[in-house]
Design a binder for this molecule. Structure first.
Ligand code: 4AD
Ligand code: MG
Length: 468
């Protein structure tokens, strides 16, 4: 039996295998001079070169994109590009791709637009760029679990099906097993759950209840928002990480978020350099960005403490800048307004030039569960704004005082009957606690330097598109 290796294993350990017989499988990336095949199996950005020796009969079937199995002898490469190559002994073609079909596909080796790649999302895993992004996405997810595990957090699975909108904003997707045509007046008591249900926008409220028993927990799952936001930073289905910690104040929450984000970015710099270098080269080519801009951008996050300012301070800076520098924001600067992306971008990309954490927002623009400050006007909220991306984290210290929480629910028209269990936690040994939500896909977007969030998730769900 010949042992099977991934391309990555072969290229990494190949020098110990010289003159050994090995088996490797993958898809053909190029075929030159009827003898040189480059093969990739997704395990790495690098390809292995195969020298076709005897199977001349199959030359015609060897086309780009075809899937093959190769048994070959590892040889020290004469070329300078790679250390080893494979001298083929036996090649089996699983399926060869018809060159006519290939021409229309994104597997045809030439530059394709990201839009085109999205149209063939089922094939884009086979491209260099998307496979790089997917490998990095994996490492980010793995790093996240690693961080929390190391710090004593428990991974909690919160429900996807819910009866409430925890954020209180935006539209939600309904779920039902009823046929609406037949039931013109919808009686949800007859529906599957005997009530109106939705896809959840956040696992926070359930995570809070878990933290109030387990101490430190986090969720990492898909969430759904039916806002009609057709932007490069919004998905209708995205992944969110939500840690929740008992006996934690806002300052500790902010420090955790900063420490966590830096850990992940360091983890990727340490573990995905090969893919980062490739992406960096692509970005230089396409966006005419300066050399190493992606790596420098990541290093910059690690280098300095994030800037921490209150919402009131942020408004003051924006107002002053508008007066001093003669800039006009589309949305006028008034205390109490929600910060728009133009304001966030100004603060992060122009003013501070490092990530910014804004805290103590007006209660009128934030969710009911955030802890009220003594001023009676602001809540213990915090948002982390990143260069290029804008808001990447949203979090807060939670309102742990029963009466004040109840009042906030009334003020924000939040149904207290549906949330009886949430309120109940404030009557059974309530404690100060805090947490935040990190947009996973936005983090992947930031780390990979992609302009559009749709290019960092395998199958994007956005308004008007749920294909694949
Ligand atoms: O600020 P958000 O809405 O916060 C919450 O949902 C809280 N319950 C989190 C918590 O405290 N446990 O969302 C959190 C993050 C945002 O900062 C953003 O990064 C991301 O989720 N996000 C989106 N990412 C992609 N597409 C969308 N439509 C997003 N909406 C929010
Ligand atoms: Mg937010």
């Amino acid at each position: 039996m010949v042992r099977k290796y991934s391309v990555k294993e072969l290229l990494n350990k190949g020098k110990f295998f010289i003159d050994k017989k090995v088996l490797v499988e993958g898809w053909i990336r190029s075929f030159r001079h009827s003898i040189f095949i480059t093969l990739n199996d997704g395990s790495t950005i690098r390809n292995i070169q195969i020298i076709l020796s005897n199977n001349k009969s199959i030359v015609k079937k060897i086309t780009i994109g075809s899937s093959i199995r190769v048994i070959g002898i590892v040889k020290k490469s004469i070329g300078t590009k790679q250390y080893i190559e494979l001298q083929s002994v036996d090649i089996t073609i699983y399926e060869s791709v018809d060159p006519k079909i290939l021409q229309k596909s994104i597997l045809q080796p030439k530059k394709h637009s990201f839009e085109k790649l999205r149209e063939q999302a089922h094939l884009r895993f086979r491209t260099n760029i998307f496979s790089c992004i997917m490998r990095i996405r994996h490492h980010i997810a793995f790093g996240i679990h690693k961080y929390f595990h190391k710090h004593g957090f428990f991974y909690i699975h919160t429900p996807i099906i819910t009866t409430l909108n925890c954020e209180g904003t935006g539209e939600m997707f309904h779920i039902t097993t009823m046929d609406f045509k037949k039931n013109k007046i919808i009686d949800y008591a007859k529906d599957f759950f005997k009530c109106k249900t939705y896809l959840s926008v956040s696992g926070q409220l359930e995570a809070e209840t878990a933290s109030l028993g387990l101490g430190k927990v986090y969720t990492f799952g898909p969430v759904f928002r039916a806002e009609n936001s057709n932007t490069s930073r919004h998905l209708s289905e995205f992944w969110m990480i939500e840690p929740e910690i008992a006996f934690y104040h806002l300052e500790e929450n902010i420090n955790l978020a900063e420490n966590f984000l830096k850990f992940i970015i360091k983890y990727i710099v340490d573990n995905s350099m090969e893919d980062l270098i490739f992406l960096n080269q692509c970005l230089e080519k396409w966006n005419q960005k300066k050399k190493n801009s992606l790596l420098e951008k990541l290093e910059l996050i690690l280098k300095y403490p994030f800037k921490k300012i209150s919402y009131t301070e942020a408004i003051r800076i924006l107002d002053q800048e508008e007066k001093k520098k003669n800039i006009r924001f589309l949305h006028p600067i008034i205390w109490g307004m929600d910060l728009q992306s133009e304001h966030e971008q100004y603060l992060v990309d122009k003013y501070f030039k490092i990530p910014v954490i804004i805290f103590d927002y007006p209660c009128s623009i934030k969710a009911f569960y955030m802890r009220m400050n003594h001023d009676g006007k602001t809540v213990r909220a915090m948002d982390i704004l990143f260069p290029e991306i804008g808001e990447i984290v949203g979090g807060s210290q939670r309102e742990e005082r029963y009466d004040i929480l109840l009042q906030r629910m009334k003020d924000t028209n939040t149904d207290k009957n549906k949330l009886w269990w949430y309120l109940d936690t404030r009557r059974f040994g309530s404690v100060p606690h805090s947490g935040f939500g990190l947009g996973f896909d936005r983090l992947v977007q930031f780390i990979t330097g992609m302009n559009n969030i749709r290019d960092v998730i395998p199958f994007p769900r956005v308004p008007n598109n749920a294909e694949f």
